[in-house]
Design a protein around this ligand. Structure first.
Ligand code: TRP
Length: 358
């Protein structure tokens, strides 16, 4: 299949530091799969990081290197997928401004994810102009690539809705797509932008090693790629699984939604027979203590991490990461300049042709 016949995928992350196994379970694992079948663009949303950390540019720059290094360690293949920095793509900036004109102010502010963030971050009456603008920017991240599929977590769905609205509006306003057109027909009817779809099923959520909250570096309940087998064992040893003093002969809870240890068993043990046996023995209380299960899970996690740690060593140097980003940015620029050219023509902004090179 030629690149253009493949469906195009765009997704991204705001760089917040190193990746942990929660990211692997939640999204990277799936990306490693789809890079084989889709034309993939993975964005490092470094400009978005400035919405809340504009005063810490060095940290943000560092975090860019860390997320890219870890994504590569986890198996993202830079020959297959383009990994790139948001701020190196001028088409994203230009489309953000243009799209901002197509969206009523109140529509942007109604976004539940945006409202939530303002509340959680305590920013409700003191946020930058750029904070709500990032949601418009995200529509440009996606549409600049004319992406078909956007693998994201549930919390990003409102941003995808906004993106779909912008795409429909643009296509109808500037490309002659009829008012009542079905989403899937937009491109055939002359629209510049396919109406992108959120691929929510592709993203899961791993509980942290505290057994209570979602895995997150800032909560201190994360297993990092670089953790040694001993560190992994220790972290798992501390996991609270909802019962105090369970004896190996007590019947136990094996529903992964109720017992975090079994979420780990289901996620990290490769062999389905072994999983079934552990479930069965644990549920019946057939002499299976929590500690034994934890040790086994820890072993499997370390087996998963070993090749990642190996690969990570190849990407230790900043120069190597820079080369990969350079190549990714070039490919991203090529794809997005083509979109921009079409969009500028549609919106009667095609005064002079131009070329971007890095
Ligand atoms: N807002 C997303 C997050 O913080 C990151 C992001 C930026 C993104 N642009 C995107 C995700 C485009 C998907 C598509 O997780």
């Amino acid at each position: 299949m030629s690149a253009s016949a493949k469906r195009r995928v765009l997704t991204g992350d705001t760089p917040t530091g190193c990746l942990h196994i929660g990211h692997w379970v939640g999204s990277v694992r799936r990306r490693v799969e789809i890079q084989e079948t889709h034309e993939c663009f993975f964005l490092v949303a470094n400009l978005h990081a400035y919405t809340t950390r504009a005063d810490r540019p060095d940290d943000i720059r560092n975090d860019c290197f860390n997320v890219v290094r870890d994504a590569l360690a986890m198996g993202i293949d830079p020959d297959k997928a383009a990994i790139f920095l948001q701020t190196e793509i001028p088409a994203i900036m230009e489309l953000t401004y243009l799209f901002a004109m197509l969206l009523p102010y109140n529509r942007v502010m109604r976004n539940p994810t945006l409202k939530d963030e303002l509340k959680v971050k305590g920013l409700e009456d003191n946020y930058s102009f750029g904070f709500p603008l990032y949601t418009v920017g995200q529509t440009a991240d996606i549409l600049a690539f004319r992406a078909h599929d956007v693998p994201v977590g549930e919390d990003q769905v409102p941003h995808l809705e906004l993106t779909r609205e912008v795409a429909r509006r643009f296509n109808k306003m500037y490309c002659g797509v009829p008012e009542k057109a079905e989403d899937r027909d937009h491109v055939e009817l002359g629209g510049v932008f396919p109406i992108p779809e959120a691929d929510v099923g592709a993203v899961g959520r791993l509980i942290g090693t505290d057994g209570v909250q979602k895995m997150s570096k800032s909560l201190g309940n994360a297993i990092q790629i670089t953790d040694t087998p001993k560190q992994v064992r220790k972290k798992l040893g501390r996991m609270y699984i909802g019962t105090d003093n369970r004896q190996p002969t007590d019947p136990g809870e094996v529903d992964p939604a109720k017992n975090p240890l079994f979420q780990y068993v289901e996620t990290f043990l490769q062999d389905p027979d072994e999983r079934a046996e552990l479930r069965d023995r644990y549920a019946r209380g057939d002499d299976l203590g929590d500690g034994v299960v934890k040790v086994r899970v820890a072993e499997c996690i370390s087996e998963l991490l070993e090749p990642m740690q190996e690969r990570r060593r190849q990407f230790e140097s900043d120069d190597v990461v820079m080369d990969i980003l350079h190549d990714g940015c070039r490919r991203a620029i090529a794809a997005t300049e083509e979109t921009l050219e079409r969009a500028r023509e549609a919106a009667r902004l095609d005064f002079f042709p131009r070329q971007v090179s890095i």
